[in-house]
Design a protein. Structure first.
Lengths: 369, 369
C-alpha cells in the first residue's frame, strides 16, 4: 500500500473533474513497452473514440504527451511560421495565453478584444477577419476562466473565406459539449483529459483537418518545438510507428477506459446529460437569489457554471468552508475576475441533476453566516 | 473493472521498466485538485527525494509535465538564446536529438563526434571546449541508444573554465546510477520517471544550479516554449504556487511513491544493487560466449547492458521469441546499431542477480535454434 493518503475531495471545480472508479482500475493495469503491439492497439482504440467525441472524420487524431497547454502550444507552434499573422479572439485568460504563445513563436499577433465573459458576434468576427486577413485565426471554444462559449461558425466561416487556418481551444468542451469539428469547420482542435473526459490530466488530444495537414507539410521552417512537432508525429502514424518519444502508457490506459465509458453512454446522451445538469443548476441558483455571471444563456458553458460573488461575500472564505465542511472543491475567478466569481464544474460522472442540486445547496449553506 | 486486459510483460528493455505494485496502488488513490494543499505537499515531498537521487542541494528542482524529451527541450530552450553557441558531445541517438533541438531554438551548434558507443576523453573534451568557447555545453550522461556512460567531470571542468553552462541528459541514469549533480559540476540535469525510478513515463525531473538560475533570470528574450518556460515555473515556487498549468496529479502520486521506495532502500544501496546486477549479467553473458558492445568496462551503463548480436543471428526474431516464450521485452539497436545490438535493462525492482542470470538464460535459449 502507498505511504500516503490523499484527502477525499468532491471535484466540482473547473477541472480536474471526478474520475470514475473504472479509470483508476485501468491505471493499475501493468504497463507494456511503448513499442508493444498492445500499446499500438490502445492508441488506435483511443483515436477511434476521440473522433466521435471531437465530431470529426479527420485522419489525424493524436494524444500529445502533455497537458492541455501543450496542445495549445503545439497548435500555435506548428501552424505559425515566423512573421505570419495570427488573429486571436480574446475574452478571457486562455485566449491571452494564445496571444503570448503566438508572440513567442514569431507571429505578428492581432487581437479582437471583448470584456472577459463576452464572446465575438458573427458580424464582429467577420469584420475583424476580413480587415486583418490573417494566416491563422485562434479562439477559445469554452473559456474556462469566464464560463463563456464561443460559437465556432461565426469565426470559421470568415476565416475560410480569407484562407486562414482556424485553431480552437476545446480543453473545457471536449467530452462534455458538442464540438462538431467537421461541421464547425475547425482545422485544429485540441483538448485535455481531465475535464469532460474525467481522466487524470496528462494528455492533450488534438485533431487536424486534411487542409491543416497540407499546410503543415508545406511548412518552410521546422516547428520550433521538437517535442510537439506534429510533422514528426505524423511520421509515427505514417511510418510504421517510428519512435518519437516514450509515450506515457498509464495515461493512455486511463484515456482508453475513460473513452470506453463515453462510448457506452453514447456521445449525444453525454452532451445532453451535461446540458440537463446545467439547467437544473441555474434553476436552483436563481431560486436562492444568486446570479449567473454570463448574462446570455445562449453562451453559457454547460459544464462550467460561473456564479457572481455577491457584494460583501468573501470568496476565499466561502471556498474554504466548502472544502472543510463538505469536501467540495470549486474554483474562484482570476485576473479581472478574482474574487468576483465562483466557477462550479458539473463534468463527467458528476454532471447530473442530484449533484447540481447538492452543490448549490452546499454553496447556499456556506454563504450563510 | 476496465474493459481491456494488457498482456503481462517482464520489462527488461531500455525503459519503461517494471513498476512495483505499490506505485500502481498510489495511482489508484483519488486525485485532488492541482491547487489543493495536499498536492503542494506532494510536490514538496517529491522535490526533497529528487534532491537525494540527483545528488544536489539545488533549490530549483521541478517535475516537468512531459516525458524525458520534454526535459531535454526545456534545458535547451531555456538556456540557449538565439545566436548563442551550443557545443554537443555526440556518440549516440539522444545526443543527436540535442543537436536537432539546439538548431530549432536558434543556437549555433558545434559538435564533437565519436563513433556510437564511445565517449569523449578528458583531453578531447578540454581541447574541444577551449577551442570553441561555447555558451552552453550539452552531453548525455548515460546514452540509452548505445549503453555508454560519459564521465561528467571531463566536460564540466573545461566548461566552467570558459564560463559555459552545462546540460546533462540523465534520463537513463536517474535513480539507477550516481549522478552527483553538485560534485559533478552540472548546471542543468534532467531525467525521466520510467527508467531508474520505476514509475510510468510522463514526468521529467529537472534541476538547475544557482548559477543556472542566474543565467535564466538574465535572459534577454523569453523562452520560445511557453509550456516549458522555467522562469514561469520559478514563479510557481517563488510566487505562492502561481498557476501555470494543470499538473498531471496521478503521475505525481506515482513519483511520490516511487521515490519513497528509493528512500526506504537508500540511494547508495540502490546504486550498488544496480552495479551488482550488472556485474553478474556480464559474467553470465561471457560464460555463454556473448560479448558486451561497449568494450571498456569503465564506461558501461550498469542499468542498460548492450550486447553484440552475433554474425548470422536475426535480432528481430530473437526478440520476438523472448516475448512469445518468456514474456520478456528487451530492446534492439537503432540508427547505425540497428540489428547489431540487444539492449537489456536491469532497472529498479528488476536489478538483481537472479534476474541478471534469468534474462541471460532466456536469451541463450532463444539464440539456440
Amino acid at each position: 500500500m502507498p505511504v500516503f493518503t490523499p484527502p477525499r475531495r468532491l471535484l466540482f471545480g473547473p477541472g480536474p473533474s471526478q474520475i470514475p472508479e473504472r479509470v483508476y482500475q485501468a491505471m493499475s493495469q501493468p504497463i507494456v513497452g511503448h513499442l508493444d503491439p498492445f500499446f499500438f492497439d490502445t492508441v488506435e482504440e483511443i483515436r477511434k473514440d476521440l473522433r466521435a467525441v471531437f465530431g470529426t472524420r479527420n485522419s489525424f487524431v493524436h494524444m500529445l504527451s502533455g497537458t492541455g497547454s501543450s496542445g495549445m502550444e503545439a497548435s500555435i507552434a506548428n501552424f505559425i511560421e515566423p512573421g505570419q499573422k495570427l488573429a486571436v479572439f480574446v475574452g478571457g485568460y486562455f485566449a491571452e495565453r494564445m496571444v503570448e504563445m503566438g508572440k513567442r513563436h514569431g507571429a505578428h499577433v492581432v487581437r479582437f478584444d471583448k470584456p472577459w465573459g463576452e464572446t465575438a458576434s458573427a458580424p464582429e468576427a467577420a469584420e475583424f477577419i476580413e480587415r486583418e486577413r490573417p494566416n491563422v485565426v485562434a479562439f477559445v471554444h469554452a473559456e474556462t476562466s469566464t464560463g463563456a462559449l464561443q460559437d465556432p461558425l461565426s469565426i470559421t466561416g470568415p476565416a475560410q473565406a480569407v484562407g486562414a487556418i482556424t485553431i480552437a481551444d476545446c480543453v473545457t468542451s471536449l467530452g462534455a459539449i458538442a464540438i462538431n469539428v467537421d461541421a464547425s469547420g475547425i482545422d485544429v482542435a485540441f483538448g485535455a483529459t481531465q475535464k469532460g473526459l474525467s481522466c487524470p490530466p496528462g494528455l492533450s488530444p488534438i485533431t487536424v483537418s486534411d487542409r491543416g495537414i497540407e499546410v503543415l507539410k508545406a511548412r518552410k521552417s521546422p516547428c520550433s518545438v521538437w517535442y510537439l512537432d506534429l510533422k514528426l508525429i505524423l511520421d509515427y502514424y505514417e511510418g510504421g510507428h517510428r519512435y518519437h518519444h516514450t509515450a506515457p502508457i498509464t495515461s493512455f490506459y486511463a484515456l482508453r477506459e475513460g473513452l470506453a465509458a463515453v462510448r457506452e453512454e453514447g456521445v449525444e446522451a453525454r452532451f445532453t446529460r451535461h446540458k440537463q445538469a446545467h439547467a437544473v443548476f441555474v434553476k436552483r441558483l436563481e431560486a436562492i437569489k444568486l446570479e449567473m455571471f454570463i448574462q446570455d444563456p445562449a453562451i453559457r458553458i454547460p459544464s462550467i457554471n460561473t456564479v457572481r460573488v455577491q457584494e460583501g461575500v468573501d470568496d476565499v472564505k466561502t471556498r474554504k468552508r466548502l472544502i472543510n465542511e463538505f469536501g467540495i472543491e470549486i474554483g474562484g475567478g482570476f485576473g479581472p475576475l478574482a474574487g468576483k466569481i465562483f466557477r462550479i464544474g458539473l463534468m463527467g460522472p458528476f454532471a447530473n441533476e442530484e449533484n447540481a442540486t447538492m452543490v448549490v445547496g452546499a454553496l447556499a449553506h456556506c454563504l450563510r453566516e
